[in-house]
Every structure is written in structure tokens, then in C-alpha cells.
Design a protein. Structure first.
Length: 226
């Protein structure tokens, strides 16, 4: 049995079987309602019985494949998604049992006259079961389109991707250091006129003491001769 489950799980049969279940059962109930308006058209009644039988088989298969999918994705779901999945699985089980009983009931209505009187009650129960089936399908859509159940989106949220891991390793824990490069400021050349006074001023200052020094000795011999 485990080998069969391991073979069927990668095939993703649950969405395919679900569509058959919803289509067969809802169309079967709808045709049965139309057949009640035209009692002389027996072929519509036989069509409704056939669709109900096939739909009941599809409902059982849908629940079985859904159980396999739930085991595969349960650990990857968060708490809100798990709550939706539990409600979806519980109602799907009840719907599968209900349509199995309805299929048997519909066979008895068509085969025996005793159950033919319960046709009105059967239609009421079948309409309620079809409405619950639509709600179960809605919950399945919430699991897929809101929480990404069974898709690559769920796997990406459960584990970081390979492209994110190296980036996280290369990112330092502290702030990144900033490096400032000084901008060279051009130095203006010194004007030639401003350097000329500094050069000529030094000799002028040194020339004045020399002239006074030569004047003093020339004056002293004259005084002594007198």
C-alpha cells in the first residue's frame, strides 16, 4: 500500500479528481431537478442516476487523494492554513459519505416504487449536500490561492532560497564603514610682484648699518688732527 501511495503522490491527482467530483455531482443534482419537471422523459432520470453514481465514486477518490496531499504538506503550513485544511478535510469526509448514501438512495428511488415517494426529500438533501460541496471547494481554493498550499510559493516561504543565503552571510553585523577621499584643492601660484619687496628689503636693511659704520671712522681722524 505504501508503494502505491508513493507512486500516486507526485502525480498531484487531488485537483484533477476534485474537478470531476464537483462537476459530476452538481450537474447530476441539477439534471434531477429538471427531470422532476418532465416526468415523461425517463432518459433524464437515468442520466441523473448515472452522474450521481460516478460523482459518489469521484468524491471518495477526492477524499483519498486529499488525505495524501495533507500528509505531504502539513508540516510546511502555518497555523491559519492548518485550521483551514482541517475544516476542508472534515467537511470533505462528510460530503463523501453523504453522496455515497445519496447515490444508493437514488438507485433505490429509480429501482423500486416504495422509495419513489421519497424523491422530494431526496432532492432537498441533495441540494444541501451540493451546497456544502461548493463550500468545500471554496476552502480548497483558499488553501491554494491564499496560503500557496502544495505550490512552489509554500516551499519558498518554508525554506530560504539559495540566492538569499550567501547574501545573508556576506552582510556584516554592524554598519558598513564609510571611506571619504579628499578632493585635491588647486594652490594658486604666488604673484611675482609680492616676492620682489621681500628680496629687496633685506639688502636695504643691511646696507644702512654699513654706511653708518664707514662714516664714524672717517670723522674721528679729523677731530684728532684739530
Amino acid at each position: 500500500m505504501d508503494a502505491v501511495v508513493n507512486f500516486l503522490t507526485p502525480l498531484d491527482l487531488h485537483p484533477v479528481v476534485d474537478h470531476f467530483t464537483v462537476a459530476l455531482l452538481i450537474v447530476g443534482v441539477f439534471i434531477d431537478l429538471i427531470a422532476s419537471l418532465f416526468p415523461s422523459r425517463a432518459w433524464m432520470r437515468y442520466m441523473a442516476v448515472t452522474l450521481m453514481i460516478l460523482g459518489a465514486i469521484a468524491a471518495g477518490s477526492s477524499y483519498a487523494t486529499g488525505d495524501m496531499e495533507a500528509d505531504r504538506v502539513w508540516k510546511q503550513l502555518g497555523d491559519p492554513a492548518k485550521a483551514v485544511l482541517q475544516r476542508h478535510a472534515m467537511l470533505a469526509q462528510y460530503v463523501a459519505i453523504a453522496f455515497g448514501v445519496l447515490a444508493l438512495w437514488r438507485i433505490l428511488i429509480q429501482a423500486t416504487g416504495a422509495f419513489a415517494r421519497t424523491r422530494g426529500m431526496y432532492l432537498i438533501v441533495a441540494i444541501i449536500a451540493a451546497a456544502v460541496l461548493g463550500y468545500v471547494g471554496h476552502l480548497g481554493g483558499v488553501l491554494v490561492y491564499t496560503y500557496g498550499t502544495g505550490t512552489k510559493l509554500m516551499e519558498a516561504q518554508a525554506s530560504p532560497s539559495a540566492s538569499e543565503t550567501p547574501a545573508a552571510l556576506l552582510t556584516p553585523s554592524g554598519p558598513l564603514p564609510t571611506v571619504s577621499i579628499p578632493t585635491p584643492v588647486p594652490t594658486p601660484a604666488a604673484p611675482a610682484a609680492s616676492s620682489a619687496p621681500s628680496v629687496s628689503a633685506a639688502p636695504a636693511a643691511s646696507a644702512r648699518p654699513s654706511s653708518s659704520a664707514t662714516a664714524v671712522p672717517s670723522a674721528s681722524p679729523t677731530a684728532s688732527g684739530a
